[in-house]
Ligand binder design. Structure first.
Ligand SMILES: [Zn+2]
Length: 253
């Protein structure tokens, strides 16, 4: 391999940046599938359904009331017509007179029953109107809650996306400082080893496979500026130095 001079910490930084990108991307996914939002949305739909049901019931009462009032109106007209006939002096037989009187009596009876029913409906409507009002308030509250949560989530996702953008720029910069053959090896190992290609060796432990490096191998691992290979997991390995902890902290890992 071409032993081009480069800072081996850049290789570790590349790995850490990619870890940070993955972490932020899964935070975005998590935010998209927010449980609180799903619950709030369900609550809203339930409140909306309840409101619509009550509102429909109110409209049905209103429609029945209107129909009854129209019928009472028509019947009143008929009573008036019949009464004017009674006093018009055109009725010639007792039978005819009796018929008109009987019809007026039946119509008045019907109207009285309908007016009672209208009164009942109006009382029912008052009660229903209060329920509709409460259900509307409940629905509006639920909608406000959903909006609050989704605004918060959108804002969070926006922030995370900007962080990822910054990390991608930083990855580009770091990658440009690493020789191509190392980058190639990095990508190969990363694909094969669950996304982690670079390990840090600290106190004779590999921080990725968490295994202790055998004594025989430890003796050969001594140059902090060299890229080794973990004898246990086969990943590229660099000896720990404080700079690495600083980068880790900076990346929020
Ligand atoms: Zn290892």
């Amino acid at each position: 391999m071409n032993e081009a001079k480069f800072n081996v910490v850049d290789l570790v930084e590349l790995q850490l940046i990619e870890n940070a990108i993955s972490a932020r991307l899964s935070e975005i996914e998590e935010a998209k599938n927010n449980k609180e939002q799903v619950t709030a949305q369900k609550e809203f739909e339930k409140a909306k359904e309840n409101f619509e049901m009550l509102d429909k019931e109110y409209a049905e009462l209103e429609s029945s009331r209107k129909k009854l009032e129209d019928t009472v109106g028509i019947q009143n007209e008929k009573i008036k017509t019949n009464e004017s006939k009674l006093f018009s002096g055109t009725i010639t037989s007792a039978k005819e007179l009796e018929n008109y009187q009987e019809e007026i009596k039946i119509l008045k009876q019907k109207n009285s029953e309908m007016e009672d029913r209208i009164l009942e409906i109006m009382i029912e409507m008052d009660d229903k109107a209060e329920k509709v009002k409460l259900a509307r308030e409940e629905k509006d509250r639920a909608a406000f809650n959903v909006k609050g949560i989704s605004d918060e989530i959108s804002e969070k996702i926006e922030v995370l996306k900007n962080i990822v953008k910054g990390l991608e720029k930083r990855r580009e910069d770091v990658s440009s400082r690493i020789p191509e053959d190392y980058l190639k090896r990095y990508r190969e190992i990363k694909d094969r080893k669950g996304g982690i290609a670079v390990a840090v060796l600290k106190d004779n432990f590999c921080n990725v496979c968490n295994m202790e490096i055998p004594i025989s191998a430890v003796e050969e691992i001594e140059d902090v500026d060299k890229v080794y290979s973990c004898p246990l997991c086969g990943r590229m390995a660099v000896i720990h130095r404080n700079e690495i902890d600083v980068i880790e902290k900076e990346l929020g890992l």
